[in-house]
Design a protein around this ligand. Sequence first.
Ligand SMILES: C[S@@+](CC[C@H](N)C(=O)[O-])C[C@H]1O[C@@H](n2cnc3c(N)ncnc32)[C@H](O)[C@@H]1O
Length: 249
Amino acid sequence: MFRDYIDDIENYSSHSETVLDVPFVPTDEDVVDAMLNLGNVGPKDVLYDLGSGDGRILISAARDRNTRGIGVDIDPVRIADAMEEAGYAGVEVLVDFIEEDIFETDFSEATVVTLYLLQSVNVQLRPRLLAELKPGTRVVSHAFNMGDWKADDWIKIGGIFIYKWIIPAQIAGIWEWKDSNGKLYRIELEQQYQEISGRVWFDGEEMTLESANLTGSRLELNILDSNSNLLSNVILVFGNKEISSVTFL
Ligand SMILES: C[S@@+](CC[C@H](N)C(=O)[O-])C[C@H]1O[C@@H](n2cnc3c(N)ncnc32)[C@H](O)[C@@H]1O
């Protein structure tokens, strides 16, 4: 898409010697607002914009939502612009801009990440986003998807898609818990991103896993008995390699 705007990406960034994975094209202000709304960005968040350009996403979030933000851009010209803009907006205390390669920067403290990169760059970043961000962290991308990692939500504004993903906990494997009568549930789960499938046993007998919906570290299961009646609607919350809570609905 960026190649539609410009013939030569390196010429586009000719005021610096930096080699860019994506040229600087700023997000329109109405799209910035829509991205922050889709990401439910608020004052408790730590927002990272990877490839932060002139800093407008972070500056809007700081000014309008009191959100702390860290921008990462490899181009020193952009970092200088962003710092200047943050000063004009009076939000220097809430935002930092780091001159670094997004493929090397540590973004693990983020609770929300925004991206306006390219699909190929999103896909390259994908393994690190999944491995290093905490479950429940939101990732919001302007215009570009993540390949075969389907978005949890999206909106369309002025013909442009904005996508949101919620980092899923890694829960593939075998898990067990008991009901209030001491009967044992056992599930074997497979996972592809946030999509979960698997098998379930109750008191040693195999049942049907009707649905399994994972949002961050919260897994809601619907389990049917051998007569296809609802046996259990249960929410498991996963902690660090353990089930931290079980709630029967
Ligand atoms: C399309 S602009 C987006 C700017 C801003 N996020 C916005 O939405 O307005 C992409 C930005 O990524 C930066 N960039 C490109 N490759 C990068 C890399 N490897 N590491 C860090 N920043 C990079 C560019 O300098 C540019 O400012």
